[in-house]
Design a protein around this ligand. Structure first.
Ligand SMILES: Nc1nc2c(c(=O)[nH]1)N[C@H]1C(S)=C(S)[C@@H](COP(=O)(O)OP(=O)(O)OC[C@H]3O[C@@H](n4cnc5c(=O)[nH]c(N)nc54)[C@H](O)[C@@H]3O)O[C@H]1N2
Ligand SMILES: Nc1nc2c(c(=O)[nH]1)N[C@H]1C(S)=C(S)[C@@H](COP(=O)(O)OP(=O)(O)OC[C@H]3O[C@@H](n4cnc5c(=O)[nH]c(N)nc54)[C@H](O)[C@@H]3O)O[C@H]1N2
Ligand code: SF4
Ligand SMILES: [Mo]
Length: 729
């Protein structure tokens, strides 16, 4: 191809998931020839997954919306942008005037954090609406991490990251990074990283109710009963004290509360928790001793331990395990990244319980209410009822518990607007859809995931393609909406008006440039001029990224607690042990006949990439994984369609027998269920699958922090034939 002078390579970061892989796009004119991993990217070093290639499918997708749409009795009609902005603002303001500000709710979904334009400009719009009814995907995901970090380190975003590239012992609970490519651990190329861990004599232990691809490459895999990780972690801590293995190491002088822990964990001997967790006494002790004795070790827990009834407890206990073995803030342990644009500042530190939800009294965290309560807030009559909803980059019908109930609620709203690129399960309920540019049409700097990366780097990607004519970027949509809402709302103080006018004038590029210049590696860091420091210009000159070095110890400097210490025994978390004790008493019968968990798939990205044919073609991916023993007592055969039911719903799904499942546990991937009427996603519709969240229960939450407790949903599975043995269901 070298003779062809029109062939060029565009470098950028894939922004689909947290891994931030560097990609190289080879083009002939405007035709994409190949999308490959960029070997020179300092973070991903050539790794990509199959979804990167599908970036071009999103760009070319005929179903992707390009103009605003309005729902009418004659179907969807295109609208002019200005008319759409005017109408959205007028309707929202009118509803707020009549019923109060909280009558308008907002829901922000996952791609929010993958878009610098949305990150920079959406907050001002949502602030202008001034509603307390703010919801997001956080409370079906990582809320427990924020909760533990807020109470232990004083800031919800100061989340420890496992230093996987240097550790000697990685203990993974409820995460499958070989498939998810890592989460709250930006670490593209986990297969290579895990191979290197073992090559340097390190060990990988995975605790999961399913023998996942990550568990398959581990030194040891322990099956655990869904939802019992807090007990397992307490038993690990118990063993540290029992065997005199506690040593806080580098943070010894920075912590408070350590003297309380021994008494708190005293009752959780391995013997006490083994039958509940399904993990043998000897395996618990062995794991604790190996962890504490390794030259460095780190425990990492993700979605499987976040989305359960004791998610916040789990993340507190994980941080404790790391701290009490001397592995907090030291190489090979749990460390903090130092991004080029600082995101962890005083203003966003967090807060808890300032107010609570109207119907069930669920607590706010960081200015958001748990999304498990959204449907009831719309459906329950009375003062304070939600009457309008703004969704942005979210698909809560498929991604939050009891999606069927939420759909019923959405269809009864007075007004709904969705800022989204597709007409899907959620946005089909909107009155107006505002579609932004996306992917290859946008500039990108990752504001969030550099804060969670296992190695410090910086990279700016320019848009590859000109946006379609008459398209709007997400930040432009938010700016227009905000201006109109502000024009119709009570005037704000002069200071905040001036600040906003400045932000508007700067636009995203100059804001990023300022962030880089003033950041820890910037040309103006510490108010001194450092000519070799970072600026946007410098990043543009290095489109394949700049290496800023391995993670470095940073405590106590980055702590945000009032006393500048790490709090090992925050009262709210200590008190929550009481709830666990009550639930785990032997008098309470445990475990339903079958307990349901989720799974992620390499060719899937939550609910919204099933319209790419290259990702969905082939074998049906939306199946119920079930252990052969559980199938045989129910006379269920491989491939048969069964009925799965829970307290809130029922679905029909094909069974895939698998000895990788723990007996008594079944698994369904989330993000499917595109068969609903009115979904305008041709390919996804033809590969519809069913939604696990038509089974998950909106009442199952971690009542401490409000996160959805998906893991371990009690379900009944029925085949076509009568069961081989009587079943207690
Ligand atoms: N049972 C169960 N449920 C789960 C999970 C689970 O493990 N099990 N996982 C949870 C987790 S971790 C998450 S993060 C949530 C995700 O929950 P959501 O964020 O609600 O769902 P997504 O599937 O990410 O939907 C993203 C939406 O953004 C739109 N979109 C894509 N790109 C853009 C863009 O550039 N701009 C705009 N404006 N819109 C865009 C898509 O069309 C889609 O509508 O799901 C949660 N739900
Ligand atoms: N390919 C792909 N990659 C993705 C996504 C995607 O949809 N597809 N989504 C992205 C998003 S938004 C996120 S948040 C991350 C999530 O990243 P991960 O957390 O790594 O992904 P999951 O596959 O949800 O892993 C959860 C694991 O927990 C296990 N599990 C379930 N219940 C329990 C339990 O009670 N205890 C324990 N110990 N384990 C349990 C499950 O079997 C599963 O292996 O992935 C991101 N990356
Ligand atoms: S793992 Fe795949 S989807 Fe995620 S950033 Fe890398 S290439 Fe993109
Ligand atoms: Mo997520």
């Amino acid at each position: 191809m070298s003779g062809n002078r029109s062939v060029r390579t565009h470098y950028r970061t894939c922004n689909l998931c947290e891994a931030m892989c560097g990609i190289a796009i080879e083009l002939d004119g405007s035709e994409i020839l190949t999308i490959t991993g960029d070997k020179n990217d300092p973070l991903s070093r050539g790794y990509i997954c199959p979804k990167a290639v599908a970036l071009q499918d999103i760009y070319h997708d005929p179903d992707r919306l390009k103009r605003p749409l309005r729902r009418t009795s004659d179907g969807w009609q295109p609208m002019e942008w200005d008319a759409a902005f005017d109408e959205v603002a007028a309707r929202l303001l009118e509803i707020q005037r009549q019923h109060g500000r909280d009558a308008v709710a907002i829901y922000q979904g996952n791609p929010t954090v993958h878009s610098s334009g949305t990150m920079l400009f959406a907050p001002a719009f949502f602030r202008a609406l001034g509603t307390r009814n703010r919801f997001s995907a956080t409370s079906v995901d990582q809320l427990p991490h924020h909760f533990a970090s807020y109470f232990m380190f004083g800031h919800q975003l100061l989340i420890p990251v496992p230093d996987v590239d240097r550790t000697h012992f990685l203990l993974v609970l409820g995460a499958n990074p070989l498939v998810s490519n890592g989460s709250l651990m930006t670490a593209p190329g986990m297969r290579r990283r895990l191979r290197e861990l073992r090559q340097r004599g390190g060990k990988l232990v995975v605790v999961d109710p399913r023998r996942t691809p990550t568990a398959q490459v581990a030194d040891e895999h322990l099956f655990i009963r869904p939802g019992t990780d807090a007990l397992f972690l307490l038993a690990l801590l118990h063993t540290l004290y029992e065997q005199d293995l506690v040593n806080l190491g580098p943070v010894a002088d920075l912590c408070v509360g350590q003297e309380r822990i021994e008494a708190l964990v005293a009752e959780f001997a391995p013997e006490q928790v083994a039958s509940r967790t399904g993990i043998e006494v000897e395996a618990i002790r062995r794991t604790a001793v190996a962890f504490a004795s390794a030259p460095s070790a780190v425990c990492y827990g993700r979605v499987g331990v976040s989305t359960q009834a004791y998610g916040a407890l789990c993340h507190w206990l994980i941080n404790l395990l790391n701290a009490l073995t001397g592995n907090l803030d030291r190489p090979g342990g749990a460390m903090f990244a130092a991004p080029a644009i600082e995101t962890v500042d005083r203003r966003g530190a967090g807060h808890y319980c300032r107010y609570s939800s109207r119907v069930r009294g669920a607590p706010e965290f960081g200015g958001e209410l748990p999304v498990s309560t959204l449907a009831e807030e719309i459906l329950t009559e009375g003062d304070g009822k939600i009457r309008a909803l703004v969704t942005s980059a979210g698909n809560p019908v498929l991604s939050t518990p009891n999606g069927t109930q939420l759909e019923r609620a959405l269809s009864g709203l007075d007004f709904m607007v969705s800022i989204d690129i597709y007409l899907n399960e959620t946005t089909r309920h909107a009155d107006i859809i505002l579609p932004p540019t996306t992917g290859l049409e946008t500039d990108h700097y990752d504001l969030i995931f550099h804060t969670l990366a296992v190695h410090n780097t910086a990279k700016y990607s320019s848009a590859l393609f000109e946006p379609a004519p008459d398209a709007r970027h997400d930040w432009q949509i938010f700016r227009q909406l905000r201006k109109r809402i502000e024009a119709g709302a009570p005037p704000k103080r002069l200071g905040s008006r001036l600040r906003q006018a400045c932000l508007d004038r700067l636009g995203p590029e100059r804001l990023l440039d300022l962030g880089l210049r003033l950041g820890p590696y910037g040309v103006w860091r510490g108010r001194r001029f450092s000519p070799r420091g970072l600026s946007l210009r410098k990043l543009r000159r290095h489109p394949q990224g700049i290496d800023l070095g391995p993670l470095r110890p940073c405590l106590p400097g980055r702590l945000f607690t009032a006393d500048g210490r790490v709090h090992l025994a925050p009262a709210v978390l200590v008190d929550d042990l009481q709830r666990l004790r009550a639930k785990s008493s032997p008098a309470v019968p445990f475990d339903p006949p079958l307990s349901l968990i989720g799974r992620r798939q390499l060719r899937s990205n939550n609910s919204w990439m099933h319209n790419s044919l290259r990702l969905v073609k082939g074998k049906d991916a939306c199946t119920l994984l079930m252990h052969p023993a559980d199938a045989s007592v129910r006379s269920i055969r491989d491939g048969e369609t069964v009925e799965v039911s829970s307290r809130v719903g029922r679905i029909n799904i094909a069974v895939e027998l698998s000895t990788d499942m723990m007996p008594g546990v079944v698994s369904i991937p989330h993000g499917w269920g595109h068969g609903r009427p009115g979904v305008e996603l041709q390919t996804a519709h033809a590969h519809a699958g069913v939604s696990i969240n038509d089974l998950t229960d909106d009442q199952r939450v971690d009542t401490l922090c409000g996160n959805a407790a998906f893991s371990g949903e009690p379900v009944t599975v029925r085949g076509k034939r009568p069961p081989a043995a009587p079943l207690v269901t």
